[in-house]
Design a binder for this molecule. Sequence first.
Ligand SMILES: C[S@@+](CC[C@H](N)C(=O)[O-])C[C@H]1O[C@@H](n2cnc3c(N)ncnc32)[C@H](O)[C@@H]1O
Length: 264
Amino acid sequence: MGSDFQRIVAGIPTLPNPPLPDDWLASEMAERRLLLQHARINPGRRVVEVGSGAHALTTVPVAHAVGPQGRVVALERARWQHFREVVGASGLGPRVEALRADARWLPLSTEAADLALCVHGIRSLGHNGSCTQVLREMLRVASRIFLAETLPVARTPAQQAHLSMYGLREKVLLASTGRRDDLAYRPLAELCALVEAAGGVVEDRQTLDVDLPHALAYFPRATIDRVDDPADRADLSARWDGAFEQIRRYGEDHPPVGLVLASR
Ligand SMILES: C[S@@+](CC[C@H](N)C(=O)[O-])C[C@H]1O[C@@H](n2cnc3c(N)ncnc32)[C@H](O)[C@@H]1O
């Protein structure tokens, strides 16, 4: 991490979330920053971020990248729990406008931004029709878009451990919260096809090996108790045990990440 960015992240209080390691937030932000180095964000740019999430993990590095003259509109439909606390502690708040909205209908004018991006968010946007609608809106408000999304690829046991635990989340989240989220990761070709279906022209696609620890697939085993169907519950519990054992043995790392830059 650059020292200026490191100093900013060091000023953000750790948000304890056992059994995640204490530095989980700093580590996730470091990963987002690495991805964003491929988004061609210059100082002074206006950026729209779709699906900023509860912890502003992408918002802070984007706000850092746009510099004091740049602006970030951080758009999120539902999850704001620690957003203001994290952005406030980063000192970058004056560059950030938080907007509660559904990205399928962006409340922004055409050409409102130079770049619209979605980092680790495609998984949360729903199935193809809804993704395409969001991407079409992103391409309306900015002439360039950037996507970064984990790929369903493991090159190491620690990456496989992440995929094994992550693969349980969709069903368990739906049963425990009623929220359809954390859908299966998509291959890079599928991410590009979504962009093209929304009218975008893919300019650059690549797979990035980030080689950083990840800790966000884990969820407590007891959450599975809320799954109604006994056969599903038994299957998920057995798979959870297997995934947890992999994490215990090898740790959990970010799998490779697919990056897509596209224009109208
Ligand atoms: C997995 S989180 C990604 C958070 C963050 N970008 C990061 O780097 O970790 C995806 C977020 O997208 C939000 N989301 C899903 N569908 C949305 C929509 N249609 N409009 C706005 N936000 C949406 C979810 O609420 C969730 O907080």
